[in-house]
Design a protein around this ligand. Structure first.
Ligand SMILES: *Cc1c(COP(=O)(O)O)cnc(C)c1O
Length: 429
C-alpha cells in the first residue's frame, strides 16, 4: 500500500484489527480470558517492568479491548489510548494521573448532568475540586485557572443543549497555563470533531453512545495526543518524576509520548480497576465499523427535524447548532465541520406539564436516559438527568422545565417528524 494515510472510513473498519495471528480469524476475536500465559519467568519479569509490551491480566490489558483502544486512538489521531468500563470511569481515569489532593479542574458549566455531579460533588472525596465557568467567556476561563489547576475540561458538543465549544480558543488558554485540555467528544464522535487537531491533550469518550451506536453496552475511552510536555513544569509529578506507585519509574522520561497511556494502564487500571470487558469491546468494535455512515445520517435527520420544529408554532425554541438561528452556528464549520451532531433540545409552549404529556405521547421515540442510539430518543432533562441540580444550575446547563432533549436516530426522517407532530398535538390539546 502507499504511504498515504488511510481515510477515516477505512480506519473505522481496519484500525487495530489485523487477522488473528493464532487462527487467522478475520474479525477481532472476543478474548474471553482473564490471564495470559507467560513464555517463561524472564518474559513475565520483562512484562511487569514495561520492558516488553504484552498481555498479563485483563484488568490491565486484553487483546479485544486493546484492538478497540487502538481503533479509537487512530480515529482521534492520538498517540495512545485506553478503554474503561464507562464514560464516567474514563473521566476519572483522565484526571487521575494529573490530580493530587488540593488540585482543581476548571470545567465548563455546559456538561452532561452526570458529569456535573461527578465534578462538583463526588471528586471532592478525593480532595479534588472543580471550578465551573461559562466557556463562552474566555476571560473567565483564564481567571479561573490558578496554581492548583491541573486540567481544563469541556465537551466538544455539549450535552444537552448542542452548544459548540470553541476548542481552539480554550486549548490556547490551557496551553498558556501549562496544563492539558481534556475534551469529552462523546456527543460529536471522532467523525464530526477532532479535538486533538484543535489543541486538546486528552479526549474522553462515553463509547456507550455514538461509537457503539446501538445501545448495547456501556464503555469509555481516554485518548492521549502524546503532544503534551509533562515535564515543562512541576505540576505533574506522577508523569514527570519517579512514580512511587510503580517502583519509581519516571514515565515521561522512559516512555515519552506514551507516558500518559502507560501510566493509565500500569497504575490507573491496575489500582482503580475501571476496566472494559472484552465482550463489551466487541460490541463497540462492531458499532464503530459503521460510525461515519451513521453520523452522516444522524446529522441529516437532525437538521431536518430541527428545521421542522423551528417552523412549528407549538415550539418556543430549538437549540440545534446546525440551525442558522443558533449563536453557535458559526462554530460548527471550525469545530465540527461534518455537522453539529444529533443531540439538541427544544422548548415547548406550556412548560413542565406539557413536556411530561409529550414524553408520554411519543410512539416511535423511546423515553430513555441515553443518547447516540440508532433509535430516536427523548427525555425531559429537568425531571430526570438534571434532577439533582438546582434551578440555577439547570438554567446554566440548558435544562429548563419546558425543555426536552432529543437524540435523533437514523430512522426515516419523515417518520421521526410524524411522531413528534402527533405527540405535540396530544401534549398541547
Ligand atoms: C453518557 C455520557 C457520559 C457518561 O458516560 P457513561 O458511559 O454513561 O458513563 C459522559 N459524557 C457525556 C457527554 C455523555 O453523554
Amino acid at each position: 500500500m502507499s504511504d498515504k494515510p488511510l481515510a477515516f472510513d477505512t480506519l473505522q473498519i481496519h484500525a487495530g484489527a489485523s487477522p488473528d495471528p493464532a487462527t487467522g480469524a478475520r474479525q477481532v476475536p472476543i478474548y474471553q480470558s482473564t490471564a495470559f500465559v507467560f513464555k517463561d519467568a524472564d518474559h513475565a519479569a520483562r512484562l511487569f517492568n514495561l520492558q516488553e509490551v504484552g498481555y498479563i491480566y485483563s484488568r490491565l490489558t486484553n487483546p479485544t479491548v486493546a484492538a478497540l483502544a487502538e481503533r479509537i486512538t487512530h480515529l482521534e489521531g492520538g498517540a495512545g489510548g485506553i478503554c474503561c468500563s464507562s464514560g464516567h470511569a474514563a473521566q476519572i481515569m483522565a484526571l487521575f494521573p494529573l490530580m493530587m489532593p488540593g488540585c482543581n479542574v476548571v470545567a465548563s458549566t455546559k456538561l452532561y448532568g452526570g458529569t456535573y455531579t461527578q465534578l462538583t460533588q463526588t471528586i471532592k472525596r478525593f480532595g479534588w475540586s472543580a471550578k465551573l465557568v461559562d466557556f463562552d467567556d474566555l476571560d473567565a476561563v483564564k481567571a479561573a485557572i490558578d496554581d492548583d489547576t491541573r486540567a481544563v475540561f469541556c465537551e466538544s458538543i455539549a450535552n444537552p443543549g448542542g452548544y459548540i465549544t470553541d476548542l481552539e480558543a480554550i486549548a490556547k488558554i490551557a496551553d498558556g497555563a501549562g496544563i492539558p485540555l481534556i475534551v469529552d467528544n462523546t456527543s460529536a464522535s471522532p467523525y464530526l470533531c477532532n479535538p486533538i487537531s484543535l489543541g486538546a491533550t486528552l479526549v474522553v469518550h462515553s463509547t456507550t453512545k455514538y461509537l457503539t451506536g446501538n445501545g448495547t453496552v456501556t464503555g469509555g475511552a481516554v485518548i492521549d495526543s502524546g503532544k503534551f510536555d509533562w515535564s515543562q513544569n512541576d505540576k505533574f509529578p506522577s508523569l514527570s518524576q519517579p512514580e512511587p506507585a510503580y517502583h519509581g519509574l519516571n514515565f515521561h522520561e522512559v516512555l515519552g509520548p506514551m507516558a500518559f497511556t502507560f501510566h493509565s494502564i500500569a497504575v490507573g487500571l491496575r489500582d482503580l480497576g475501571m476496566t472494559m470487558n472484552p465482550q463489551g469491546a466487541h460490541y463497540t468494535l462492531m458499532g464503530i465499523e459503521t460510525l461515519s455512515l451513521r453520523m452522516t445520517r444522524h446529522v441529516e435527520n437532525a437538521v431536518k427535524v430541527a428545521k421542522w420544529l423551528e417552523g412549528d408554532d407549538r415550539i418556543e425554541s430549538v437549540t440545534y447548532a446546525g440551525l442558522e438561528s443558533s449563536p453557535y452556528f458559526d462554530r460548527v464549520a471550525r469545530v465540527c465541520p461534518k455537522g453539529a451532531g444529533s443531540l439538541f433540545t427544544f422548548a415547548i409552549k406550556g412548560g413542565y406539564e406539557n413536556c411530561v404529556k409529550l414524553i408520554n405521547a411519543v410512539e416511535l421515540f423511546s423515553h430513555v436516559a441515553n443518547l447516540g442510539d440508532a433509535r430516536s430518543l427523548i427525555i425531559h432533562s429537568a425531571s430526570t438527568t438534571h434532577r439533582q441540580l438546582t434551578d440555577e444550575q439547570r438554567a446554566a446547563a440548558g435544562a429548563l422545565d419546558n425543555v426536552v432533549r432529543v437524540s435523533i436516530g437514523i430512522e426515516d426522517a419523515d417518520d421521526i417528524i410524524a411522531d413528534l407532530d402527533q405527540a405535540l398535538t396530544k401534549a398541547l390539546a
